[in-house]
Design a protein around this ligand. Structure first.
Ligand code: ATP
Ligand code: MG
Length: 215
C-alpha cells in the first residue's frame, strides 16, 4: 500500500439504502489514509448496526493506533456534526460512516464533510434509489462546497448491468468515479481485518483527492 501522506480529508460515506458497501468503503478509505502514518478519525454514525466499530474491535491489536474509531449515538449531548467537527480538528483526516436510514444524520455530518462518497450497486433499481441521498447532498451543497462521488461497488465480473448503470448515472449528470470496486471475496472477508492492501480503494481515494484540485 502507498505510504504517502495525503492532504487533509473530510470524507462522508453515505447512501440511504442498505448493504451497498458503505462501511467497507469507509473503513478501507480510513486505513488507506492512515497508511502514511497520518492520524485518522473514523466516526461511526450508523444507529442500527455498529459495523465499523465492531470491525476495529474484532481487528484488536492489528488495528492501527493512528486510526481512532468513535461511535456516535442519536440522543447524545453532542450532535453528529459537532462530533465530526471535533474529530476533524484533532486528526488529520476524518471519515464518517453513515447508516442506511439516517437521513437527518447524513444531512448533519455533511455540514462538516467536504466529499460524499456514495457507493451504489450496478442495478437499475439501485440507481432509482439514489434520489433521497441526492436531495440531502444537494441541500448540503447549498450551504458549502460538498463534492459528490458516486462509486459503483460490488461489480460482478462480466456484468451486463455495469456499463448500463454507469451510463444511466452519467446521463443523470452525476459524477461517477472511474474507479470501481469489484465483487470479491477479499472485500467480503475484510470486516474485522486490517488488510495490507486496500485493493481498488487506493484508486478510489486517489481519484477523490485528484478531483479536489478540479473543483
Ligand atoms: N466489493 C465487495 N465485494 C464483496 N463483498 C462486499 C463488497 N463490499 C462489501 N461487501 C460485503 O457486503 C456486505 C455489506 O457491506 P457493507 O457492510 O460495507 O455495506 P453497508 O452499505 O455499510 O451496509 P449497511 O447499509 O447495512 O450499513 C458485507 O458483508 C461486506 O463484507
Ligand atoms: Mg454499514
Amino acid at each position: 500500500m502507498s505510504t504517502q501522506s495525503y492532504p487533509p480529508q473530510r470524507i462522508v460515506v453515505g447512501y440511504l439504502k442498505g448493504g451497498t458497501g458503505k462501511t467497507t468503503t469507509a473503513v478501507l478509505i480510513a486505513l488507506a489514509l492512515a497508511a502514511g502514518g497520518d492520524s485518522v478519525a473514523l466516526l461511526d454514525t450508523d444507529q442500527a448496526n455498529e459495523t465499523a466499530t465492531l470491525w476495529a474491535h474484532v481487528a484488536g491489536d492489528e488495528w492501527p493506533a493512528t486510526v481512532t474509531v468513535e461511535r456516535w449515538r442519536d440522543g447524545s449531548a453532542e450532535s453528529a456534526a459537532a462530533a465530526a467537527a471535533r474529530l476533524a480538528r484533532s486528526h488529520r483526516h476524518l471519515v464518517v460512516d453513515t447508516g442506511p436510514g439516517g437521513r437527518a444524520i447524513l444531512a448533519d455530518v455533511l455540514t462538516v464533510g467536504r466529499d460524499l462518497i456514495c457507493p451504489v450497486l450496478a442495478s437499475p433499481a439501485e440507481v432509482m434509489s439514489l434520489r433521497p441521498t441526492l436531495e440531502v447532498a444537494a441541500h448540503a451543497a447549498q450551504a458549502h462546497d460538498v463534492r459528490l462521488h458516486v462509486l459503483l461497488t460490488k461489480i460482478r465480473a462480466r456484468s451486463v448491468h455495469r456499463r448500463e448503470a454507469r451510463e444511466h448515472l452519467e446521463d443523470m449528470g452525476l459524477p461517477v468515479l472511474v474507479s470501481e470496486v469489484a465483487l470479491l471475496d477479499r472485500y467480503q472477508d475484510a470486516p474485522g481485518t486490517v488488510p495490507d492492501d486496500v485493493g481498488e480503494y487506493a484508486d478510489v481515494l486517489t481519484e477523490v483527492i485528484a478531483r479536489e484540485g478540479q473543483a
